[in-house]
Design a protein around this ligand. Structure first.
Ligand code: OGA
Ligand code: MN
Length: 306
C-alpha cells in the first residue's frame, strides 16, 4: 500500500510502499498526482530503475522534452529523451550536463507548453565526511502567493511575464564561468521568448501559485520598463525568502519528482570536480495536465481504492 509522509517542512513528501519498476495502477497514479499537487516534491526512496523504467514512469505525466521530442529526425533511439546530469568525464568530455540548473529557475517556463514535472533518479551522489552534497533546493510558490498582501495579489492577477531561455544561459556564462558556448542564432530562433500569466491556478490542487522565476522571467509586459524591473526584483526577493524553501538531500536510488507549476528550484553546486554526481533525468512537459480529463480518471480511481 502506497503511503505519503509529508516532510514536515514547507514542501515535500516521501512515498513508500511502491516499486516504480512495476506497472503503475491508475489508483496509485492518482494518489501520486494528488500528493504532487499538494506537496510539490515527492521522494521515492530505494528504487531500482533502469532507463526504460524512468522513461515509462515519466510518460505517465505527459510528453518528455528531449532529443527525440525536439528533433525527431536526429535520433532513432527510443530512450534518447532520458537525459544525463553529471560532472563525470569520459575521454575528456562530460557524459551529461555538468552544471544544469545551478541557480533559481523553473524548467521550460521559456516554452509555450511549459514544464510540468521533472523526474530525477540519483545514481551517484557526492559525499564529503559522510554528508551528501549536490542537494536540490526548492521554494514553494503556493506559500509565496499566499503570503502576498491582498492588494499585491489583486495587482498581479491581470499581469503577464515574458520568459526567455537566453536569460539563464547568459547568466551562467557571465556570472558562473560556465563553459557553455554562446547561443547560436539558430538556437535563439528555436527559443523565442514566450508569455505566461503571473498567477496560475494549479490544475490538480486548484490552488493559486506565483508563476515567475529569476532564471527566465525578463519583463512584466503590461508595465513600463522601470516599473517592470522594480516589480520583478520585488517578486524574485519575495519568492526566495528562506521561509518558503526546502532542500532535498540525495541518497543513491532516490527517484525524485517535482511540480514546476507550484515550485521553483536550483541545483546546489557545493561539490568539487572529483566529487562525482550522476543523475538520470526526464523533463516532462505540461502537454496533458491542463486537460481536466487527464487527472480526473486517476484521481477518481484513487478515491475508489481508498
Ligand atoms: C533540473 C535541475 C537540479 C539538480 O534537472 O532541471 O535543475 O539538482 N536539476 O540536478
Ligand atoms: Mn531545473
Amino acid at each position: 500500500m502506497l503511503t505519503v509522509e509529508p516532510t514536515g517542512a514547507i514542501l515535500g513528501a516521501t512515498i513508500r510502499g511502491i516499486d516504480l519498476s512495476r506497472p503503475l495502477t491508475e489508483g496509485d497514479f492518482g494518489r501520486i498526482l494528488n500528493a504532487l499537487g499538494e506537496h510539490g516534491v515527492l521522494r521515492f526512496p530505494e528504487q531500482d530503475l533502469d532507463i526504460g523504467d524512468v522513461q515509462r514512469f515519466s510518460l505517465r505525466f505527459g510528453d518528455i522534452q528531449g532529443a527525440s521530442a525536439q528533433d525527431p529526425d536526429k535520433t532513432t533511439d527510443p530512450l534518447a529523451n532520458v537525459g544525463v546530469l553529471s560532472n563525470i568525464k569520459e575521454n575528456g568530455a562530460y557524459i551529461g550536463s555538468p552544471d544544469a540548473g545551478q541557480d533559481w529557475h523553473t524548467d521550460m517556463s521559456y516554452r509555450d507548453v511549459r514544464g510540468f514535472v521533472n523526474v530525477l533518479y540519483g545514481i551517484r551522489i557526492p559525499r564529503r565526511d559522510g554528508k551528501a552534497l549536490g542537494g536540490t533546493e526548492f521554494s514553494n510558490m503556493y506559500a509565496a502567493y499566499d503570503a502576498l498582501a491582498d492588494d499585491m495579489k489583486a495587482r498581479l492577477e491581470g499581469l503577464t511575464a515574458t520568459h526567455d531561455f537566453e536569460k539563464f544561459w547568459e547568466h551562467m556564462r557571465r556570472d558562473r564561468a560556465s563553459g557553455r558556448p554562446p547561443m547560436t542564432p539558430e538556437q535563439r530562433k528555436r527559443r523565442p521568448p514566450v508569455v505566461h500569466k503571473l498567477i496560475l491556478t494549479h490544475p490538480i490542487s486548484g490552488r493559486k501559485a506565483l508563476y515567475a522565476n529569476p532564471g527566465y522571467a525578463t519583463r512584466i509586459n503590461e508595465l513600463p520598463q522601470a516599473e517592470s524591473d522594480a516589480l520583478l526584483d520585488h517578486l524574485f526577493a519575495h519568492q526566495l525568502e528562506m521561509r518558503f524553501r526546502y532542500t532535498h538531500e540525495w541518497n543513491e536510488r532516490d527517484l525524485l519528482i517535482w511540480d514546476h507549476l507550484s515550485t521553483i528550484h536550483r541545483a546546489i553546486a557545493d561539490y568539487g570536480p572529483n566529487e562525482l554526481r550522476l543523475m538520470r533525468r526526464c523533463q516532462v512537459m505540461a502537454t496533458k495536465v491542463f486537460d481536466p480529463d487527464f487527472p480526473r480518471p486517476a484521481r477518481e480511481a484513487a478515491l475508489q481504492a481508498a
